[in-house]
Design a protein around this ligand. Structure first.
Ligand SMILES: Cc1cc2nc3c(=O)[nH]c(=O)nc-3n(C[C@H](O)[C@H](O)[C@H](O)COP(=O)(O)OP(=O)(O)OC[C@H]3O[C@@H](n4cnc5c(N)ncnc54)[C@H](O)[C@@H]3O)c2cc1C
Length: 402
């Protein structure tokens, strides 16, 4: 008998979303489960934004909602009505606190603070080594990304950002109105924009974001944030209440969902949308599907991104990485020439072929046609060559034997 029915490695967005759903599902809620993370998750280390129609699974945790979003490309501005979608924000700390409180009610769950060093699964045994100690489990749900480079040829851009929650002395923000992209900033480092998500007339998260192949010195982010707040938002007297920073790899690499009885979840399963970096909603959809199949005693069933949306992502990244078109020009075409509901459905991978066609029509023809032909017929020169993952496995890489 394994020590646990399930072991969940990583208590971040995916690990906790899955565990809360498992514990809320009667046929599964008595399973013996180990949750392990090397971090205590007591900080507000990130905020998750996403859009959806109506209410979502973690609706009670939504911190702010916006029903209209501004887009500025430097020459023109557009106010987008997001209906039927609502743009929402969940603060990491609220999510962690809620999930840990919920989990505490179940004495069949062990929450361990420890470092996962390796995972292993074969016909005989599925196990994790945590701080040098081996535990066995019926299944492992792993959200710890492998540090080994992804195999195969793919595009990779880094989405890196720094943000401040600021409080202005004067009321300057319209709370119902966010700014999803503001290109009124230098493009000298590559695709670069700001977003502004107001919490009240005096408070907002202001974040500068880049889609480039390398990070920038600390000073640059600080300089650009300070400049944007004073010159574009015209706020002179403010205090910084919170800081956020992060890097999200935007990659068209494919990741295995399962290796024997190790099932990857979250960003480790490649659930980050390559062309936008949004991941939260994909994680929720995936966790819901896993729990549904487990409750029916089936192997975890996962939805793979359809070939159509994979191709769109590859074309978008091809255009951005090879600079066939600047990010400013690309997003300006998308945000100023399309209906917001079509665009949000398209980016959410729920659009119909006719919505897709309306989006495609809005884009400059030549660069996208060249990128599409490259993706369909010449998977070669334009691709970033990446070593196949034959590297020695670093300490917490997942290995499996079929
Ligand atoms: C700052 C930031 C902001 C983001 N904002 C958005 C957003 O607005 N919208 C959106 O859709 N996506 C966003 N993302 C992307 C994505 O949604 C998040 O990264 C999300 O947290 C991914 O969930 P996850 O469970 O896969 O990974 P994580 O939430 O990162 O969880 C992985 C967990 O594994 C633990 N861990 C790592 N190594 C080990 C080890 N060896 N042993 C034990 N534990 C380990 C970590 O401590 C962590 O708790 C953001 C990402 C960042 C970094």
């Amino acid at each position: 008998m394994p020590d646990y029915d399930f072991c969940i490695t990583g208590a971040g967005c995916a690990g906790l979303s899955l565990l809360v759903r498992i514990l809320s599902t009667p046929p599964l809620q008595k399973k013996k489960i180990l949750l392990v993370d090397s971090h205590t998750k007591k900080d507000n280390d990130r905020t998750w934004c996403f859009w959806e129609k109506g209410e979502g699974y973690f609706e009670n945790l939504v911190h702010r909602r916006w029903s209209s979003l501004q887009f500025h490309d430097g020459h023109q501005s557009r106010l987008l009505d997001t209906a039927p979608y609502i743009y929402k924000m969940i603060r990491g700390i609220d999510f962690y606190t809620y999930c840990f409180r919920f989990i505490q009610q179940f004495d069949n769950v062990v929450h361990l603070h420890g470092k996962v060093e390796s995972l292993h699964s074969d016909a005989a045994c599925t196990c994790a080594v945590i701080d040098g100690r081996k535990i066995t489990a019926g299944r492992i749900f792993n959200s710890i990304p492998s540090p080994a480079p992804a195999a195969g040829r793919h595009w990779l851009l880094l989405q890196h950002f720094r943000g401040w929650v600021i409080r202005s002395l004067r009321p300057v923000f319209t709370p119902q109105q966010g700014t999803i992209m503001d290109f009124r900033t230098t493009q000298q480092y590559g695709t670069s924009f700001f977003y502004v998500l107001p919490h009240s007339p005096t408070e907002a998260l202001v974040e500068c974001t880049f889609f480039t192949d390398s990070l920038l010195p600390d000073m640059t982010y600080t300089h650009l944030l300070t400049r944007y707040i004073s010159k574009v938002l015209r706020i002179t007297d403010y205090v910084i209440l919170e800081r956020e920073e992060g890097v999200i790899p935007m990659s068209t690499a494919t990741y295995p969902h399962s290796q024997h009885r190790i099932h990857h979840i979250g960003a480790a399963a490649g659930l980050t949308k390559p062309s936008t970096g949004y991941t939260f909603k994909n994680i929720q959809r995936d966790c819901a599907a896993i729990v549904r199949s487990l409750a029916n005693n089936n192997e975890p069933s996962r939805k793979h991104t359809s070939p159509r949306f994979r191709l769109y992502d590859r074309i978008m990244l091809n255009v951005l990485v090879t600079k066939k078109l600047s990010g400013q020009h690309l997003f300006s075409s998308l945000f100023t020439h399309t209906h917001p509901a079509d665009l949000l459905a398209f980016l959410d991978e729920t659009s119909t072929p006719s919505q897709d066609w309306r989006i495609i029509r809005s884009l400059p023809k030549a660069p996208f046609l060249r990128a599409m032909l490259g993706e369909l017929f010449q998977p070669g020169p334009g691709y970033i060559p990446v070593r196949p993952s034959r590297d020695p496995l670093p300490t917490h890489t997942v290995c499996s034997e079929e």
